[in-house]
Design a protein around this ligand. Structure first.
Ligand code: DAH
Length: 347
């Protein structure tokens, strides 16, 4: 057989016979399997007729290729549309009684979990909600006055160095604690107040086994008439017993500019139950929060009459609490987003 060179008309004729044959063949396919056979024959990328036609396109004289190409594309789109329509009509959900493979095991759906730090925060909010606390939030870029001044840090006081502060500008600092929201809340709402304040804070800290430069805190604040240290102690002890299960707590005297007196609360180490281990650095106790009676000057900064009202407050780091609760050795694990690690805390 001698090969006569392909002409534009010849190519159009090939396209027409392709369409005349492929269209009815697709329409006649009466099952997904039959349709697949037809697809491979006409539209298959490896050996299909359409593939063959596109190769023939390349054999045309250059000047014929543009019109031939658009004719080719028109036919291709029409046949593909016929195919898509037939495939939809044969899809199992559209054919009563047909299910592709009844023996195939169901696909496991992927489920996210609540991060262990968020779990601590959620549980705290729940426990304090029962005691009448609501939730308040504040900005992460804070003015130095709210972050320090309003909280009774004297100007240039060395206590600010402990926070290793990150300034965005002279009048904006990444807040180093959630305590400024105490003042913001008191300015916005008159006492009596019971709030929990979760949020992220930032310090120029190294990223090591027990520090992170950005971490969550949960602040608590109560202001009312007649509030005393007994309220602080009873509430925080109740919280520790609810959160950790019946446990021992102890309060150690401490110092914060915004509380007087101040105390840190420890709970018995949940991993060794007091005998000493790596998690509690052999002390048998784990420090979980700082607290104290709100300093009168903080109340006054917020415009609250400190002769009439008193209050107590605390600040806690839920990441450290999550470490203590689960006996996790390195805080960085909480930041890694490693699903194998996080799935262990799925509930
Ligand atoms: N703001 C303190 C810190 O980040 C934590 C703290 C201590 C908050 C005592 C309080 C408090 O409200 O009363 O280290």
């Amino acid at each position: 057989m001698t090969d006569t060179p392909l002409t534009l008309d010849g190519f159009r004729a090939l396209l027409a016979s392709f369409e005349q044959e492929a269209g009815p063949a697709i329409a006649a396919a009466d099952s997904s399997g039959a349709l697949e056979t037809v697809r491979a024959k006409y539209l298959g990328r490896a050996h299909g007729w359409l593939k063959d036609l596109s190769a023939r396109l390349g054999q045309l004289p250059k000047s014929d290729r543009a019109p031939a190409g658009s004719a080719f594309n028109e036919v291709r789109l029409r046949v593909e549309a016929t195919f898509d329509g037939r495939r939809a009509a044969l899809a199992p959900s559209n054919v009563p009684g047909e299910i592709a493979d009844r023996t195939m095991p169901a696909r496991r759906s992927w489920q996210g979990t609540v991060h262990p730090v968020s779990q601590v925060i959620d549980e705290m909010i729940e426990i304090f909600r029962e005691l009448g606390f609501t939730v308040a939030l504040g900005p992460e870029a804070e003015s130095p006055w709210y972050n320090f001044g309003s909280l009774n840090f004297p100007a240039d006081h060395p206590a600010m160095d402990l926070h290793d502060t990150l300034y965005l500008s002279d009048d904006a600092v990444l807040r180093t604690h959630t305590s400024p929201v105490q003042v913001r809340t008191l300015q916005a709402y008159p006492p009596p107040i019971r709030v929990l304040i979760p949020g992220n804070v930032h310090r120029r800290d190294p990223f090591d086994a027990s520090h992170a430069p950005t971490f969550a805190q949960v602040e608590g604040l109560v202001v009312d008439e007649g509030i005393t240290f007994a309220d602080l102690k009873a509430t925080l002890t109740h919280f520790a017993n609810r959160f950790f299960g019946a446990t021992k707590t102890r309060f150690r005297p401490s110092y914060f500019p915004f509380t007087e007196p101040s105390a840190e609360m420890d709970v018995l180490c949940g991993v060794c139950r007091g005998s000493g281990c790596g998690v509690c650095k052999e002390s048998g106790w784990v420090e979980i929060l700082g607290s104290g009676l709100v300093h009168p000057s903080v109340l006054e900064s917020a415009g609250v009459d400190s002769e009439r009202y008193t209050g107590w407050a605390f600040g806690m780091g839920p990441a450290r609490t999550a470490l203590a609760r689960h006996g996790i050795p390195d805080i960085r694990l909480l930041y890694d987003s490693d699903i194998r690690f996080l799935n262990q805390f799925a509930r």
